[in-house]
Design a protein around this ligand. Sequence first.
Ligand code: AMP
Ligand code: MG
Length: 396
Amino acid sequence: MQSSLIPVESALEQMLEMATKPPRVESVALTQAAGRVLAEDLFSSINVPPADNSSMDGYALRYSDRLAPLPVSQRVAAGHPPTPLKPGTCARIFTGGEIPDGADLVVMQEAVTMTAFDDVVVPDSIKQGQNIRPAGQDIRKGDLIISAGTRLDYRHLALIASIGVPMIKVYCPVKVAILSTGDELVMPGNCLAPGQIYNSNRYLLQGFIESLQAEMVSFVQVSDSYDVTLSALKKASEQADLILSTGGVSVGEEDHVKPAVEALGKLSLWRLAMKPGKPLAFGKIDQALFLGLPGNPVSSFVGAHIFVAPLLAKLSGLQRSSTEKLTGVVNFSASTQVRQEYLRVRAVWKDGQWQLDLHPNQNSGVLSSVVKCNALAIMPPRTEVSPGDHLDFWLY
Ligand code: AMP
Ligand code: MG
């Protein structure tokens, strides 16, 4: 393991390389599948629509019969199959009704006139095929409709329903164990004794991973004790695919996470060239990946965005992670040294571009800045920006 600061990009690359455990697969009903990741390529075994049908309420006829008044020989409503169309007649048809064999166009009802004998006279302007939705217009039998690795939302579910599939194979949610360390931590709902603060990171991480459809399988808050930390980590490694801890990962006498991980498994990365979030650790305990985030709430927040999101994406079988970088113009001055910095900014679309306002307090303990802002601007090491310069950023 290196002792110098590790650049963020190479750290993330190493983490993703170690995230090799293939996700488990289960079958779920379509009604339970929103937000899940599809585990199979889905092909259609039918045409959609299955048969030619009318896109209008009107009359179906043969183009070659168009010149004479046409008696109505049948009535075709949606859901009721027609009989072949008798030559020299037309069919009363409603939207979604199947086109009778022989008919090759539909005239909308507003466009026809009726004779005294209730025969139908159609206008001159009609064309073959008009107002017919052909079989397979939406999906053809054999088409790939959704690829494995797609996160399913209501649009996908509707499309899958349209090919008549009630159950699908999806990846099981990634199991995450969350561990908060710190003698000072108290859960909301309790009174603060002198020296104590409320545990906010637990809510940050649980909310974050659940927004990415992972499942929190355990949560523990541990005191700053090596033995307690060791046994909590051991237990977490038996339950989870990914252990997320906060705090206790620095070099203070009260920081027990790093030695505990080294005793139980392997620590592969420690101390990254980033701000906030330098004392970040990554490794493995048995089959579980371990990511130790620093305790400062903003450090945990930044670490979650940079590392937890892509790790969960890979572990969940997602084909693509959705964090897309944008570029904006800054209206502030800033400079960095050896670490890549993540600045809390407010991004506003104005005058045809993203404009980035810096939050005045970039201290990693100032969690309110995360709520007041909506983006993290990325300042590479050894950069300087002044008003008018550009920076990449993520909207969160
Ligand atoms: P540590 O990384 O353990 O040295 O913690 C760094 C700072 O983050 C300290 O001021 C801790 O009190 C604070 N901190 C650690 N864990 C949490 C937490 N779960 N919620 C809020 N603040 C925390
Ligand atoms: Mg601590």
